[in-house]
Ligand binder design. Structure first.
Ligand SMILES: Nc1ncnc2c1ncn2[C@@H]1O[C@H](COP(=O)(O)OP(=O)(O)OP(=O)(O)O)[C@@H](O)[C@H]1O
Ligand SMILES: [Mg+2]
Length: 310
């Protein structure tokens, strides 16, 4: 049985400017025990999909089930299987950290949960904040409490919507160690993140969304394998010749060019020399998930434009 199954899920919001389709026929299954990544640019529909999964929004059409329970007709059974860390920081300012976690336990009917709550507080570096009021916590600490809150009933499926946004490096590492441990113990993980190196390191399979559609769905290793093997990276203050500018990824002074082999790298360097472009700090690296992501998104853009013209 799939841990999570999305079947032709579409969602149209009504807005003052007319209907807006945020999801367009999303179908994908996440198997039990998977560490699954859902990637996509801002506004792609990731949070909308998670909201439908968590029963916070209704699909306009299609269906979603969690371990066989339909999220609409069997809401309580489906919801109990999920621990959701929402993207938005929402909490009740009147409670302290421990009270917040006890309340959440009560919501799921879990009694005498203090041993597990202590373990969560410890693992998330919140032990010394247990009696601090939610209002007194920094943004990153509030996010940690949200993570603890999602895990309080030991759900088999953990859904993390950008859990590391605004979180410092140290906690990110602790958080990933903790989540990886839960995954090893058999928990299924669904993660969205804009930190692609995190997704590359953690997720065994990935879906990429763009404008509400799945534009890639494969094992992480396959996606990386299909990418151009190498990237030529250098710094320059000069403008690139047009042929190179078209394929380059430029961030400030840093330009990166995808290359299949050594010959292509030589051609790039020759073209740069011929155009009189001065380069510094030249290096060749292996293509990573960010390269794959940008490729997939660019291709999806071209497909959409072709569709529009047809
Ligand atoms: N309640 C709503 N009413 C109208 N439009 C909405 C609503 N919620 C989301 N949208 C729109 O749906 C689209 C998808 O939003 P969503 O929050 O799912 O994106 P996302 O992939 O999570 O993006 P991000 O990476 O920024 O979190 C966006 O264009 C957004 O403006
Ligand atoms: Mg989102």
């Amino acid at each position: 049985m799939a841990a999570v199954s999305f079947q032709s899920v579409s969602k149209t919001f009504s807005t003052p400017r007319g209907p807006f389709q945020a999801l367009d026929g999303v179908s994908l299954d996440i198997q039990e025990g998977e560490f699954f990544g859902l990637l996509g640019p801002n506004g792609a529909g990731k949070t909308t999909l998670i909201s439908i999964l968590a029963g916070l929004a209704r699909a306009t059409s299609g269906s979603v089930s969690v371990l066989g329970h339909d999220v609409q007709s069997q809401f309580a059974d489906a919801r109990r299987q999920l621990g959701v860390v929402p993207q938005e920081l929402v909490f009740d300012p009147f409670f302290n950290v421990r009270e917040t976690l006890r309340l959440q336990s009560g919501y799921f009917g879990v009694r005498d949960n203090d041993a597990w709550i202590d373990e969560l507080l410890d693992a998330l570096g919140l032990a010394d904040k247990a009696s601090a009021n939610m209002r007194q916590l920094s943004g990153g600490m509030k996010r940690r409490v949200l993570v603890a809150q999602a895990l309080v009933h030991k759900p088999p499926i953990i859904v993390l919507d950008e859990p590391t946004a605004g979180v410092d490096v140290e906690l990110r590492q602790t958080l990933w160690q903790f989540v990886a441990r839960l995954n090893k113990q058999g928990h299924t993980v669904l993660l969205t993140t804009h930190y692609l190196e995190e997704a590359e390191a953690l997720c065994t399979r990935l879906a990429m969304l763009k404008r509400g559609r799945v534009v890639a769905l494969a094992r992480t290793s396959e996606l990386l394998g299909a990418a151009s093997a190498n990237v030529l990276r250098f710094k320059t203050d000069d403008a690139l010749p047009p042929a190179l500018a078209q394929v380059a990824r430029v961030t400030g002074r840093v330009a990166q060019l995808p290359a299949q082999d050594a010959q292509e790298i030589e051609q790039y360097l020759a073209a740069l020399r011929a155009a009189g472009v001065r380069v510094e700090d030249v290096e060749i690296r292996k293509a990573d998930l960010e390269d794959v992501f940008l490729n997939v998104m660019a291709e999806a853009q071209e497909d959409a434009q072709r569709e529009q013209r047809a």
